[in-house]
Every structure is written in structure tokens, then in C-alpha cells.
Design a protein around this ligand. Sequence first.
Ligand SMILES: Nc1ncnc2c1ncn2[C@@H]1O[C@H](COP(=O)(O)OP(=O)(O)OP(=O)(O)O)[C@@H](O)[C@H]1O
Length: 212
Amino acid sequence: MLRADDLVFAHPGQPASYRFTLEAAPGQVTAISGASGSGKSTLLDLLAGFVHPASGRLTLDGVDLLPLAPEARPVSLLLQADNLFEHLSAEENARLGLPRGTPKAEAQERVASALAEVGLAGFAGKPAATLSGGQKQRVALARTLLRARAVLLLDEPFSALDDETRRTTRDLVGELTRRHGWHTVLVSHHADDIAALAEAHYRIVEGRLERV
Ligand SMILES: Nc1ncnc2c1ncn2[C@@H]1O[C@H](COP(=O)(O)OP(=O)(O)OP(=O)(O)O)[C@@H](O)[C@H]1O
């Protein structure tokens, strides 16, 4: 279980502070909604370690995450767009999820398997710049698979996609979350995405997370 207990944070120069408490279970999508400017990205930044709370606790299965730098946290982050290096191929982008020094043959096999799992077998050599928005998100998910981190943070990951692609990409996120036991935290202001995907839903109101 990913748990945030009373994480207190204020942006420099802002008088009001946030106080976030939430639980995100493995194999489930936990949705976060809230008005523009309510603090959704700030919450993800706290979970990822890009900003530090003044007080509170953040644990994954009892392990304290707060002392860990962002790259040492068991956390992957997927944004609305711009998740890939455009000049690299699908395969090269996905491979960035593997530890440096992974033997070449093993890396090729694991990248091919991850691309197949996200429905992109046959796309390995394509430059990212030539992929559609949905295909790019799938490559980013393949990289996340290879990273094998227990927490996946998604910041409006379907917003740049057309309706049909958003449904299939959304279904894929749900499948991968269940299959790999990810603690997936989805920031979205789309009620239909939340209804289709999330087992739990919090809304940010006046700096607090309210269970919906
Ligand atoms: N680095 C910063 N310094 C000061 N204030 C900031 C900083 N980053 C964000 N804020 C402010 O904190 C508040 C919350 O911002 P945040 O980006 O977390 O909201 P959000 O809910 O993700 O909004 P949106 O839905 O519009 O993306 C906003 O009022 C924003 O202006």
C-alpha cells in the first residue's frame, strides 16, 4: 500500500498550505481530481520527490520514501505528452527503462516483450517522431514496464488523445496496473476516465484530499 499521511506543503510565497492524506492500493487505479490550480500536480510532485513536505509521512509497504531522491523512489511518471525522446526509436525509448549495463541480447528480448505487451510489436525501429499520440503513450508505458517500479503516477495521460485512442490507452493502463500490481495514481479532470478506470477517487478541496 502507498500511504501519504498528513503531507504538509506550501509553495514559496503562498500562505495556504496543502495537507494530503491518501492510500493507493496495489493493482488499482486511484484517481485524483480537483479544480484547476487545486494542487493535483503539486501532490504528484510530492509523491515523486520533486518537492519536499514540511512534515508528514510517505510510505510504500511501510518503507519510508521521503529520504529518497526522485530517481531512487520506486516511482514512474507519465505526463500528458512529451514523454519520449523524439529522435530515438520506439525501441531506444523503451530501453531507457532498463538498468544501464543490461546485456544486449537480454535487453533486446525484454524490450521486444514490453513493446508486444503494449500492442506495439513491429514498431521497434520507428522513430518516436513518427508515432501517433496514442502510440507514444504506449511506448512510454513499455518503458514503465521495464523500469518495474511499484508506483505509477499519471498526470492527465489521455488528454491529448482522440476519443477512441483514449479508451484503448485507458484500458491498457487498467490492464497493466492489475497485471503488474502497480499502485497507479491518476490525475484527471475527466469524469468518464475516472469512472472507467479508478477503484478509488479523491478530490482536492481547499488543500485537502476528500474521498469521493
Ligand atoms: N513553483 C511554484 N511556486 C509557487 N506557486 C506554485 C508553484 N507551482 C504551482 N504553484 C501554484 O500552486 C497551485 C497549485 O498548482 P498545481 O499545478 O498543483 O495545480 P493543478 O491542480 O495541477 O492545476 P491544473 O489542473 O491547472 O494543472 C496553483 O495556485 C499554482 O499557481
